[in-house]
Design a binder for this molecule. Structure first.
Ligand SMILES: [Zn+2]
Length: 114
């Protein structure tokens, strides 16, 4: 699966939309993981990760989730992630980890963004 192009956008919303659209057309999905704020409350960075990624609350839950063979929303702790960083009013997309640890989702087109 191809990571999104590392280009800059005029605002964070557009950057995130573009990354998510790119992901959808390439068989995966991105969601916002966390944000970093400046002292004045403005967002300085936004981290997006593959929707198969993420931390589990405890290892027990991790194990039972992994053992379930439900392919719908199964998490694989995928490391794929990008960061969008603000600099001089431009939001630069940078790929942090370009590797997925799972196949492309065949359901990618079945979940339009509302
Ligand atoms: Zn992934």
């Amino acid at each position: 699966m191809i990571p999104p192009p590392e280009i800059s956008y005029g605002d964070l919303g557009t950057a995130k939309k573009s990354v998510q659209l790119w992901a959808r057309t390439h068989g995966y999905a991105m969601r916002t993981q966390r944000r970093k704020f400046r002292k004045n409350g403005d967002i300085s960075k936004a981290y997006l990760q593959c929707d198969r990624g993420g931390q589990y609350r405890n290892s027990l839950q991790d194990e039972s989730t992994r053992l379930r063979h439900n392919t719908g929303s199964r998490k694989t702790n995928c490391p794929f992630s990008v960061v969008v960083t603000e600099s001089d009013g431009q939001w630069q997309v940078m790929v942090r980890d370009p590797e997925h640890n799972h196949d492309a989702s065949i359901h990618a087109y079945a979940h339009p963004v509302h």
